[in-house]
Design a protein around this ligand. Structure first.
Ligand code: MG
Length: 172
């Protein structure tokens, strides 16, 4: 049986994961329209990953006999200045998500919910990856500045990214 405070916190995080998905689909659409198919592809994969994050938590809440209560997803931005601007905002957003996951973990410590702590460990590790991925792309874009050929090459590289089902959904 899921502790009520933990259940509420998980439901809030499910909404936050869907908001992330919404944000990245918006960035993907902006970048596709601006003529960067590779960057758009990277964000389209990110969109799928965030939906998978929500699904992992939905499955977990249900497996513990809890209720999944979906709330409206808040509006997201639709315009950015450049691909670099998107990735800078992505890093700031992922920093916020890391703080949210940490707060959620703190709730499970206070409530002595060991099973939810175990489930959240995957998310803690995932956030390290999310922040590193955004930072690496920011570093590359800052290095090449407005060099057209460099941007073309990074766009091409990110166009090769494919979706990999996260381990908790892949049945490990
Ligand atoms: Mg996420």
């Amino acid at each position: 049986m899921l502790n009520k405070r933990v259940e509420d916190a998980l439901n809030a995080q499910i909404n936050a994961e869907f908001w992330s998905a919404y944000l990245y689909l918006s960035m993907s659409s902006y970048l596709a329209h601006a003529g960067y198919p590779g960057f758009a592809n990277w964000y389209s994969i990110q969109f799928q990953e965030e939906q998978a994050h929500a699904q992992i938590m939905v499955n977990y809440v249900l497996s513990r006999g809890g209720r999944v209560l979906l709330k409206p997803i808040a509006e997201v931005k639709t315009e950015w200045e450049s691909p670099l601007n998107c990735f800078e905002e992505t890093l700031l957003h992922e920093n916020n998500v890391t703080a949210m996951i940490n707060d959620l973990y703190t709730v499970t410590l206070e409530e002595k919910d060991f099973a939810t702590q175990s489930m959240l460990k995957w998310f803690i590790d995932e956030q390290v990856e999310e922040e590193k991925n955004a930072q690496d792309i920011i570093d590359n874009l800052r290095m090449i500045k407005d060099n057209g050929y460099g941007i073309y090459m990074i766009d091409k590289e990110l166009g090769a990214r494919t979706f990999v089902t996260p381990a908790p959904l892949a049945g490990k």
